[in-house]
Design a protein around this ligand. Sequence first.
Ligand SMILES: CC(C)(COP(=O)(O)OP(=O)(O)OC[C@H]1O[C@@H](n2cnc3c(N)ncnc32)[C@H](O)[C@@H]1OP(=O)(O)O)[C@@H](O)C(=O)NCCC(=O)NCCS
Length: 152
Amino acid sequence: MAETRVRPYRASTDFRAVLDAQCDLYALNFPRFVCTPQFVAEQGARLRQAARRPYEHQLFVLDDGGQVVGFIWTVIRMDLQGAFGSVDQIYLQPPYRGRHLGELLLDAAHHHLRTAGVNYVRLFVTDSNAGAVQLYRRTGYEIIRLEMERPL
Ligand SMILES: CC(C)(COP(=O)(O)OP(=O)(O)OC[C@H]1O[C@@H](n2cnc3c(N)ncnc32)[C@H](O)[C@@H]1OP(=O)(O)O)[C@@H](O)C(=O)NCCC(=O)NCCS
């Protein structure tokens, strides 16, 4: 019986699924983004490096009967206010969106970050990504800074 569950990322089996999602994830959130082989190679290198630094980087995947159908990528960073957790990426394949499954990934990320000893979690979201903004608001995120842009 197939089961949908969140589990820690395993580089040996999950690398390809996370890498394959990168262009879609960026295209959905950055309207002028162009997916190039160089971008994919750089994301692959970043992902390999993350697997070698498990204190700072932790990914979880949504596994549906053995298939990776989504993931979340957390990073622990430092800034002028001290250590904080960051949700660098969250992604669900299209058939899995709009079913509140993102919340399962966020729950795993929050639990991991709390256990690692950080007290705050931050993320960036594109304002026009209404589903993502709604998910974050529902799970307790508030706007603390705004990035603004205008054409020249
Ligand atoms: C963003 C994402 C992680 C949200 O996870 P999710 O499990 O699909 O989110 P939810 O099911 O909780 O949906 C969030 C809200 O958006 C609404 N929504 C769902 N699908 C939507 C869609 N296609 N368009 C607009 N709104 C949508 C839902 O009604 C829901 O509102 P509700 O709280 O009133 O039910 C997921 O949609 C995704 O992977 N998107 C592509 C990658 C991406 O953009 N990642 C975010 C980068 S910041």
